[in-house]
Design a protein around this ligand. Structure first.
Ligand code: HEM
Length: 442
């Protein structure tokens, strides 16, 4: 008897909970006016505020994202071409394909390192967007790391087996599939974050349940995905091939390889032109899919992104006749296009959240000078170090095989300055840590 009563009670309790969830969910959905969504976003902000002015974070986010994407593009584009090149009979294709595998290998590590920077700036000023969207598809987001690892290891296998065409092709195919999957997951997380008005509906399946598995993907936009990843990857890798020919074409030991250099530059210019055209078309088609209530379709930033792409396309078009001579102007055109796309992408976030009266510019600022000063010092140290390392790599790379490059006096002093500044940075960094620890215990 007691047992039956207990079972009845549990049954009623579960039914009542379900009813509450259903009614509560429906009410929650019905109650979501733009003001309430704005209030929800504000409530999700970190109460500690931002340690520096949001606009500075925003600019750094845009710049570092652009850098991140350049290496994402050469990772994916290098592999896509390698798969094609390794399956051709022509020896030029095979040779270039092996060089592109090397390009991808280096690019992935740079893309990973440079991906951390926009992530840090993004999560400081857009934490309500980033964390909610990441939680909605949390399992996928965690798998992002695993897929990235698998893609990267497969790329190394492709590199080690680059002299065995079929094996290297197989590994390259595996690698590019995983890297594109990684790009797709990050695309989903970015895209879902632009629709705060749908989060509750997604999470509760329209007010009927609660999806905690994180296994659902709620929204993606194939046009945005291909216009931000696939076509730019091929176009930018094309520009890289032009630069490759410009750089190695000048080296004495490449004198016997004139045909290979000409082949590479022509192919690069062609890839940049055709993939660039598809990039522009998909970019415009994506713009057409932006919801009208964002008031973003005719904005100056949207128009500028198209103009940036068209300027780059114009230069690449002119480069078809003499791709080696036009390699540097094409690079500059690519920089303009990438920056205008990066600004447009950020503008969309501003436009989407403005619908709910939300703005990052009124994020609480908890100004403290120590960490921004340390950040600035680290950035300047990094820039000096990178300038030196990249310059030396550039100079050493232009030395014929077998010869040793000797740094000149200015370069040696720059090297000494780079070592000194790193030591200084390490001392300041460790001392700051000690001072903080001691002050916390005092
Ligand atoms: C090689 C693998 C990767 C690929 C193919 C890739 C691709 C992409 C793509 C396509 C986007 C734009 C998505 C969109 O807006 O629709 C993006 C954005 C982003 N990626 Fe990556 N990514 C990779 C690795 C990483 C890693 C390892 C990190 C972090 C450590 C990272 C951090 C970011 C961040 C933070 C954004 C958004 C930045 C912003 O909105 O300002 N990515 N990535």
């Amino acid at each position: 008897m007691v047992k039956e009563l207990r079972q009845d009670l549990i049954r009623w309790f579960l039914l009542a909970t379900l009813a509450f969830m259903l009614i509560g969910g429906k009410l929650a959905l019905a109650a979501q006016s733009p003001e309430q969504i704005g209030a929800m976003l504000k409530a999700m902000r970190d109460p500690a505020g931002s340690p520096f002015f949001p606009v500075a974070m925003q600019i750094l986010q845009v710049l570092t994202w652009a850098l991140h994407m350049v290496f994402v593009w050469t990772s994916v584009g290098g592999l896509l071409y390698a798969i094609y090149g390794l399956t051709r009979k022509d020896e030029n294709h095979k040779r270039l394909a092996r060089a592109m595998i090397e390009l991808s290998k280096v690019s992935v590590s740079l893309a990973i390192v440079l991906g951390v920077a926009p992530l840090l700036f993004y999560q400081v000023i857009y934490d309500p967007l980033w964390y909610t969207s990441a939680n909605l598809s949390a399992s996928w987001y965690i798998m992002f790391i695993v897929f990235l690892l698998i893609g990267y290891y497969l790329l190394w296998f492709a590199y080690f087996s680059r002299k065995k065409d079929s094996l290297a092709t197989l590994f390259s195919i595996g690698s590019v599939i995983f890297l594109i999957l990684v790009g797709f997951i990050i695309h989903v997380v970015n895209y879902q974050s632009l629709f705060p008005e749908k989060w509750v509906e997604w999470y509760t399946s329209g007010g009927t349940t609660m999806n905690h598995s994180g296994l659902n993907i709620y929204s993606f936009n194939i046009l945005r995905f291909v216009s931000l990843l696939i076509f730019p990857s091929i176009a930018v890798t094309g520009v890289f091939m032009m630069l490759y020919s410009w750089y190695f074409g000048k080296r004495k030991d490449f004198e016997g390889d004139k045909e290979y250099i000409a082949f590479t530059s022509r192919l690069g210019a062609k890839l940049a032109l055709y993939a660039g055209a598809l990039w522009i078309v998909t970019h415009i088609l994506y713009i057409l899919t932006i919801p009208s209530d964002w008031n973003a379709k005719g904005s100056i930033f949207t128009i500028l992104s198209i103009v940036g792409l068209l300027i780059c396309a114009g230069i690449i078009f002119m480069a078809q006749k003499n791709p080696i001579q036009m390699a540097i102007p094409s690079l500059l055109g690519g920089v303009v296009a990438t920056l205008t796309i990066a600004i447009f992408r950020e503008y969309l976030r501003v436009a989407s959240t403005a619908r709910f009266g939300y703005s990052i510019y009124d994020y609480k600022v908890n100004l403290e000078w120590l960490s921004p000063a340390l950040f600035l010092g680290t950035t300047l140290t990094g820039l000096l170090l990178y300038a030196y390392t990249w310059w030396m790599a550039y100079r050493a790379g232009s030395t014929p095989k077998g010869e040793v490059y000797h740094a000149n006096e200015v370069e040696s002093s720059l090297g000494n300055a780079a070592v000194f500044v790193v030591i200084l940075w390490a001392v300041v960094f460790i001392l700051t840590g000690f001072i903080i620890v001691i002050r916390n215990y005092a």
